[in-house]
Design a protein around this ligand. Sequence first.
Ligand SMILES: [Zn+2]
Length: 270
Amino acid sequence: MLHVAIIAGILGLAVGSFLGACAYRIPRGIPLTGRRSFCPSCGSVLKWHELIPLVGPAFSRWLCRSCGANVSLRYSIVEITTAGCFVILSLTTSWDAGALLTTIFACTLIPLIWTDLEFFLIPNRILITGSVASLLEAGILVPAELGGRLLSSGGVLIGIYLLGKAVSTFVNRPALGLGDVKLAGFIAFHTGAALFLAALWTAAVGALLFVTVRRFQDPSPVALADSGILHIAGHDAIPFGSFLCGTSLALMIWKEVQPILFDQWLTLIP
Ligand SMILES: [Zn+2]
């Protein structure tokens, strides 16, 4: 059991390293292949030992060896998150189609958390790659589930799109990006509608807390309730996709770890 977890952890660190590169390069239009990893501050190409996930940056204390600039902790966080997901999945699930689908799910959402946080962007390239991989995997390995999954995905996609339209009409400006709508469809394909709704509520609570904390850090004449409405109305955008990715992934992992407790909790969600 332990050796499986260790192998999964090492594999997760390596995959996380690639996902971190995707999250950095894709929104900036930098090709994923053909250019070796470099320091964003001085452009110096990183040596092989600096590229070892987690260990490389830790040895240089997250500072560039050439210019001394801080190396973003984001890479290490992405690597640890991915490794954590891989270890948990290796210990809790059997080696089946479901585990593979959850792995694809995690590998798609982890970079999206960062691209939305940094650029308010859900890159099509990541979402489409994840969607095609999910469709192929489900279609080949669990074709009997494909219809139900597509139904959940389509239902949520249309529901969220209409909700966004309704809110946009109400506040008279775009309220929900098309990226968020497509993301919702992708998540529901994996989680089903019930877990998606639970993730949506949890993400909304998280986003509200985020607004509250930001408001306390930066007091303004706008009242908290008004500020919340302004955020929802898109005046002061919040990376809602990041929250939705984070809560969906956390709930999926929780479901794998404690399915009974999770199902009980799910019945409490409206
Ligand atoms: Zn540098």
